[in-house]
Design a binder for this molecule. Sequence first.
Ligand code: FHN
Length: 446
Amino acid sequence: MKRLVQILYGLLAGWLVLAGVGWPVSADTSEQKLAWFRDAKFGLFLHWGPASLTGKELSWSRMGARPGDIVALQEVPVEVYDNLYKDFNPVKFNAAEWVRIAQDAGMKYLVIITKHHDGFSMFHTKHSEYGIANTPFGRDIVKELADACHRAGLRFGVYYSQRDWYHPEYLKGNNANYAEFLHNQVRELLSNYGKVDIVWFDSFGRSDLVKDWKVYELLDMIHKLQPAALVNNRLAILGDYNKGPRDLWGDYDTPEERIGSFQHGRAWESCMTLVGRQWSYRPGGRMYTREETIRHLVNTATGDGNLLLNVGPTPAGEIEPRQVERLREVGQWLTRYGESIYSTRGGPFRNGKWGGSTYRGKTIYLHVIDWGASRLDLPPLKAKITKWASLTGGKATLVQTASGIRIIMPVEGRDPVDTILRLDLDGPAMSEIPAGVPLAVPASNP
Ligand code: FHN
């Protein structure tokens, strides 16, 4: 009966999302578990491994027939790829330095690759020889990062790929043996590295085999070993996120390389590369500008989501100086304007090309990215604006009437990245969108 209710709930929720109504708050999504995540808004994703020695894409550059291949990326012969670890010696790796870089960027959590599709374990494991312990470096990367995060008060997440193109039993052999291997490694990660705040799965390759991998037992193990850990929506099958049984959807959604659409009732996090649309180290790849990177963060926050921004460290164990500088610039912006991002929720106005809004208590922050012709027109609020100010300067005028809000900001007063206006209300901003459906913004705006 419970499963039927869950399926019906899932169908209803899916319809609501498709209808653009938004996601109803699911009774079984633990909002208190998610509270820190919703407040944090911004995390660091780290895609790293011996593949960084080639500058090609982690796992995907390894040649070999695989289901759903992106053949174009395959450039490294398997026998070369699978022996890179013998030369992997990132002597400049300093976990405390990476944690400092993340915190200087204003990031509140970190997710590290522990094993990607290439099957290489970046942690000391009893269940595979193909891992960091058998490199010239030898040290347990995951342990050093976990310890540094715990010391610095940065939330710690582990990425673990259920797909494993190295393991002899994965898809080709006895999947029950692969399931045991997978469960054993996840148990190690959740037992040996202290508190784990996020388990970031990255999908099984084929839905027809999910049952072989005992996904429900895996979920039970996680809840027993790390009861407060969040699990993303990639526990089960590739591409079919949020279509299988509701209890496999995890705690939040994970739009990738794009800004997720406005969604209020169910948490979400856009994961995005900073350089070259490649997850692992890509020397010379194009890096997002300061403006683009800040806008990625603003556009996720105004949609009520998080941004997990990815860097690919070098084979020497450093984060490229140019990437460190970009992250530092975002951190400086957050030092000045973080009140409009951290511990806010997205809305009450629906975000779009014009920008968007965030709110906390009786305060709304407008993030205006495109003023269009000359002004911003917003729909009416129930609450009265008691005072307002521009956090980014400029001399604007604001008029609130029963038919809406009109804001005029002269060109010279507009911030080239994000003009932030703070509106203080005589009532809670949340009461403007009780069902979590954002207020539509007139088409007269961009
Ligand atoms: O194939 C992986 C990819 O390499 C990367 O790890 C991303 C990060 O979300 N996940 C998979 C693609 O969806």
